[in-house]
Design a protein around this ligand. Structure first.
Ligand code: NDP
Ligand code: MG
Length: 379
């Protein structure tokens, strides 16, 4: 069970919900970080009295230092300060809730410092999966997933001592706001349409990823890395109600699922209390009044991002870092209204065709592949 935590990305959707859980469980906060949301960080710093507050935007850090001058909170600026927040000696657990592969270096730093990782930042595992998992094994650092599907699988795997007993993992997918539409209809959808997720309220990048189904593709790769399974053992089913959070099928045919209301505080809480559980104020699941639970196959022809991610997963090496870097840039362009919905997949595919894949990559290879993919999208 966590006692004192650092939160990388404390002002985001996951970061704020983590602080709710912190209050409910009476945990302490050692460090918080954000990019530029100064007012929110100031308010959080006054409420939770961390030892360290980091703004990755340097100007925001200077502003925060002035605002917090009457407090003992230390303020640091810049990307490298994320590593400082990830390794604060007092913290036993680091919640990685920044968006994007900027989370990779601080996650590695936290692992090397022997912290337990509550991992929300999926881009980190997608880009640096093998590296992160090998380093965690070497340092004896525990990685507990926060992503709801991976938390569900993690819960269904409790008591499974031998991974060979797993036949397959089944990730559920809400289908996003454009489920059931034709490819032509989807092509006309705007940023505002993509930002309306049916079941979850999340940051803008992951919300767009849910609309393209890239999120599910990233989650397939995340599951392969976390549980060290090949692509053939990770399936996706559409489940519109987001009540069954994912399933594990064992080799004797038994299928275990984890169910609950769609509330991220549930997996966050479990990552904090694991291997125990704690009382929660969350609304209990009312099976008699929840909608009928339905399951369907994903439409990989309309939502080609899922197939692109599976391709990258199959190829391995830096292919996933290229996929992710290109996707981060393309989603950024879509959020600035500079490209259309289907252009996201088109630009990711182009980057995958243009950037050569390196097998068994080092951290430098991964960072280079990420940069090359971004440049391919932006040219
Ligand atoms: P948000 O966009 O809501 O929050 C992102 C956080 O990261 C904010 O604190 C933000 O600071 C900070 N940040 C943004 N850009 C940078 C940067 N360049 N450098 C450092 N910090 C930065 O994202 P979410 O909370 O939705 O998602 C966070 C991660 O968790 C993602 O990887 C996502 O895939 C994953 N996740 C999220 C879920 C959800 O329900 N939201 C569910 C499962 C996984 P600032 O406020 O200053 O911009
Ligand atoms: Mg998820």
């Amino acid at each position: 069970m966590a006692n004192m935590i650092s939160i990388l990305g404390s002002t985001g959707s996951i970061g704020r919900q983590t602080l709710d859980v912190v209050e409910q469980l009476g945990l302490k906060v050692a460090a918080i970080t954000a990019h530029s949301s100064v007012e929110r960080v100031e308010e959080q710093a006054r409420r939770f009295s961390p030892r360290l507050a980091v703004m990755t935007d340097e100007a925001a850090a200077r502003d925060l230092a002035v605002r917090l001058a009457d407090t003992p909170v230390r303020v640091l600026g810049g990307l490298s300060a994320l590593e400082e927040a990830a390794t604060v000696p007092e913290a036993d657990t680091v919640v990685t809730a920044v968006v994007g592969m900027v989370g990779l270096r601080p996650t590695l730093a936290a692992i090397r410092a022997g912290k337990r990782i509550a991992l929300a930042n999926k881009e980190t595992l997608v880009c640096g999966g093998e590296l992160v998992m090998n380093e965690a094994e070497r340092c004896g650092a525990e990685i507990v997933p926060v992503d709801s599907e991976h938390s569900a699988i993690f819960q269904c795997l409790q008591g499974c001592a031998d991974r060979r007993e797993i036949r397959r993992l089944i990730l559920t997918c809400s289908g996003g706001p454009f489920f059931g539409m034709s490819r032509e209809e989807v092509g006309k959808m705007t940023k505002a349409d993509a930002l309306k997720h049916p079941n979850w309220t999340m940051g803008p990048k992951i919300t767009v990823d849910c609309a393209t189904l890239m999120n599910k593709g990233l989650e397939v790769i995340e599951a392969m890395r976390l549980y060290r399974l090949p692509l053939e053992q990770v399936d996706v089913v559409i489940h519109r109600q987001s009540i069954v959070h994912s399933l594990v099928e064992y080799r004797d045919g038994a299928v275990l699922a984890q169910l609950g209301t769609p509330d991220m505080r549930l997996p966050i809480r479990y990552a904090m209390t694991y291997p125990n559980r704690a009382e929660s104020p969350a609304e209990p699941l009312d099976l008699l009044h929840c909608p009928p639970l339905t399951f369907a196959a994903p439409d990989r022809e309309t939502f080609t991002c899922l197939a692109l991610a599976e391709d990258a997963a199959r190829e391995g090496g830096t292919a996933c870092a290229i996929l992710n870097g290109a996707n981060e840039e393309a989603v950024g362009l879509f959020l600035q209204d500079r490209i259309g919905f289907h252009d996201i997949a088109r630009l990711v595919r182009r980057a995958r065709e243009e950037v050569a894949v390196t097998a068994a990559p080092t951290l430098e290879d991964i960072l280079e592949a990420d940069q090359a993919a971004r440049q391919s999208v932006l040219r």
